[in-house]
Design a protein around this ligand. Structure first.
Ligand code: GLN
Length: 485
C-alpha cells in the first residue's frame, strides 16, 4: 500500500472495505499530515480533530458489507458551507466566530454517507477572488511552490488535496473557484450543472451562479463524491428534480465516437505558451483515444468577463446586505443604529468585498439598472446560446482552464483587473449554467496545468467518463508535490 496520505478516495475505500485499514488509522495519519504541513501551507481555518476521530470510530464500528464508498473517508469543507457547531466564517472578519446552528445539505449528505470531516478550508473572503489572498485570516500557499498562490477562491480546498491532507474536499464555483485552483494545484475538480447539487446552507455570493462541487486526485474519485452530494433538495428551490445517475458506473474508459469541440476564443491573447501547449497535447490525447476534434467558435466569449462583473457583484451586493452587525457575527457598536451598521461593515468587510458591493450597488441603482444589469442579463442569454449552438455539433468542449500557471503571492493583489482575468476561461460556464471538469494535464515551468472539459447541462457522466479515460492513459493526476524536504 502507498503511504496513507497518498491514497485516493477509491483506494482508501477499497482498503477500508477489506479491513486492511481503519478509518481511525487513516484519520490519525491525515491529522498528523495536517499538523506537519499546515504551518507552511495554511489551508485550514478550523481543524476538527477530536470530532473527526469520534466520527472515524463510529464509521469503523458501523461498517457493514453494504457500506457505501465514502464510509470512513476523511474529507474537508470550504468555509462558505455551513457546519453545525463548527465555525463558518467565509474567510471574513464580519463572520468571525460565527457558528451555524444547522448543516448545509451537502454536509448532511456526506455525513449520511459515513464520511469524516477534518475541518474547514480557507478561501477568499465570501469566495470573491482568484488567489485565496483576500481571506481575512491567512494566505494559503500552493503545495507545488509555497511562494505561489493556490488559486481561488477555493484555494484551501485545492491545496489540502494537493498536499495529501485529505483525499477529497468540497469547494464552490461562481466564476471558476473550483476549476482554477484545481488547475493551479494539479488536482481534479468539478463544477456541476447549476441545480445539480443543493445549496441549502451555502452562504450565498451570487445566487444565479453559485454551485458546490468536489475536488480529488482523479475523475473517478469525483464521481464518488458527486454521487453522494447530488440530487434534489426541497430546501433549495433551485435544485433540480432529476434522479442521480450512478456516476462511477459511467466510467467506461471509452471515448470512441465522441465529438469534442475546441473553441478558438479560449486560447486567449496573453496565455502562457506552456499552458497552451500542455492543453493542446491533452486534446490530442483525447483524439488518439478515438474522439473526433471539431474546431469551433463561441463568439460571445469576450463579453463573459464584463457581463460576469456586473451580475456577480450585483447579486453579491444584495446577498451581503444582511451583514449589519445585528444578526450575524460581531458588532462594532456606534452611537446610532446606522453608525453601528456603517462601522461594522466598514471595518469588517475587506477591500475586495467592499469593491464588489460598490460595483453591484451602482449597477443596480435607479438610472443605471437598464444600462448595466439588464444589458448584462441580455448578453448572458447570448453566451448561453453560444453553448447551445456548440452542443448541437459536439458532445463536449475542451479548453484551457487558466491562462497562466500559479502566480506569485502578492503579484496580482493590487491589480484587480489582472486578478479578474485569471477567470476568462471559466466564467462563461457559470453564466451558461453548464457543468465543467478540470483534470491535470501536464506542467509548464514545473507548475501544474489543467484541462477544462465543458458539458451539456446534467451530463456530468460524460465529463467524468472523458476525464477518467484521459487519466487511464496519462500520469499527471498521480504526480504529487515533494513537500517534506
Ligand atoms: N474569481 C471570481 C470572482 O472573484 C470567481 C470566484 C468564484 O467562483 N467564487 O468572482
Amino acid at each position: 500500500m502507498r503511504e496513507l496520505h497518498q491514497l485516493t478516495v477509491a483506494a482508501a475505500s477499497t482498503a477500508l472495505a477489506s479491513g486492511e485499514l481503519t478509518s481511525v488509522a487513516l484519520t490519525e495519519a491525515l491529522l498528523e499530515r495536517i499538523a506537519l504541513l499546515e504551518p507552511k501551507l495554511q489551508a485550514f481555518l478550523t481543524v476538527t480533530g477530536e470530532h473527526a476521530l469520534d466520527a472515524a470510530r463510529t464509521a469503523d464500528l458501523s461498517r457493514r458489507a453494504t457500506s457505501g464508498p465514502l464510509h470512513g473517508i476523511p474529507l474537508a469543507i470550504k468555509d462558505v458551507i455551513s457546519t453545525r457547531g463548527v465555525p463558518t466564517t467565509c474567510g471574513s472578519a464580519i463572520l468571525d466566530g460565527f457558528v451555524p446552528p444547522y448543516n448545509a445539505t451537502v454536509v448532511e449528505r456526506l455525513e449520511a454517507a459515513g464520511a469524516v470531516s477534518l475541518g474547514k478550508l480557507n478561501c477568499d473572503e465570501f469566495a470573491m477572488g482568484s488567489s485565496t489572498e483576500t481571506s481575512a485570516y491567512k494566505v494559503t500557499r500552493n503545495p507545488w511552490d509555497p511562494d505561489r498562490v493556490p488559486g481561488g477562491s477555493s484555494g484551501g480546498s485545492a491545496a489540502a488535496v494537493a498536499a495529501g491532507m485529505v483525499p477529497g474536499s468540497l469547494g464552490t464555483d461562481t466564476g471558476g473557484s473550483i476549476r482554477q485552483p484545481a488547475a493551479l494545484c494539479g488536482v481534479s475538480g468539478l463544477k456541476p450543472t447549476y441545480g445539480r447539487v443543493s445549496r441549502y446552507g451555502l452562504i450565498a455570493y451570487a445566487s444565479s451562479l453559485d454551485q458546490i462541487g468536489p475536488f480529488a486526485w482523479s475523475a473517478a474519485d469525483l464521481a464518488l463524491l458527486l454521487g453522494a452530494i447530488a440530487g434534489h433538495d426541497p430546501r433549495d428551490g433551485t435544485s433540480a428534480q432529476r434522479t442521480v445517475p450512478d456516476y462511477a458506473a459511467a466510467l467506461t474508459g471509452d471515448l470512441r465516437g465522441l465529438r469534442v469541440g475546441v473553441p478558438r476564443e479560449y486560447f486567449v491573447e496573453g496565455m502562457e505558451p506552456g499552458v497552451a501547449q500542455a492543453t493542446r497535447e491533452a486534446i490530442a490525447v483525447l483524439r488518439d483515444q478515438g474522439a473526433t476534434l471539431v474546431e469551433l467558435s463561441l463568439p460571445h466569449t469576450k463579453y463573459a468577463l464584463p457581463t460576469y462583473y456586473i451580475i456577480a457583484p450585483a447579486e453579491a451586493s444584495t446577498n451581503l446586505a444582511r451583514y449589519d452587525g445585528v444578526r450575524y457575527g460581531p458588532r462594532e457598536a456606534g452611537e446610532s443604529m446606522w453608525d453601528t451598521i456603517e462601522l461594522t461593515r466598514g471595518r469588517r468587510f475587506g477591500a475586495e468585498v467592499r469593491r464588489r458591493i460598490m460595483l453591484g450597488t451602482y449597477a443596480l441603482s435607479a438610472g443605471y439598472y437598464d444600462a448595466y444589469y439588464r444589458r448584462a442579463q441580455q448578453v448572458r442569454t447570448l453566451i448561453k446560446a453560444d453553448f447551445e449552438q456548440a452542443f448541437s455539433q459536439v458532445d463536449l468542449l475542451a479548453t484551457p482552464t487558466s491562462p497562466t500557471v500559479a502566480f506569485k503571492v502578492g503579484q496580482r493583489l493590487n491589480d484587480p483587473l489582472a486578478m479578474y482575468l485569471s477567470d476568462v476561461c471559466t466564467l462563461p460556464v457559470n453564466l451558461a449554467g453548464v457543468p465543467a471538469l478540470v483534470v491535470p494535464c501536464g506542467f509548464s515551468e514545473s507548475l501544474p496545468v489543467g484541462l477544462q472539459l465543458i458539458g451539456r447541462p446534467f451530463e456530468e457522466e460524460l465529463l467524468l467518463r472523458a476525464g477518467d479515460a484521459y487519466q487511464q492513459v496519462t500520469p499527471w493526476h498521480t504526480q504529487r508535490p515533494d513537500l517534506v524536504a
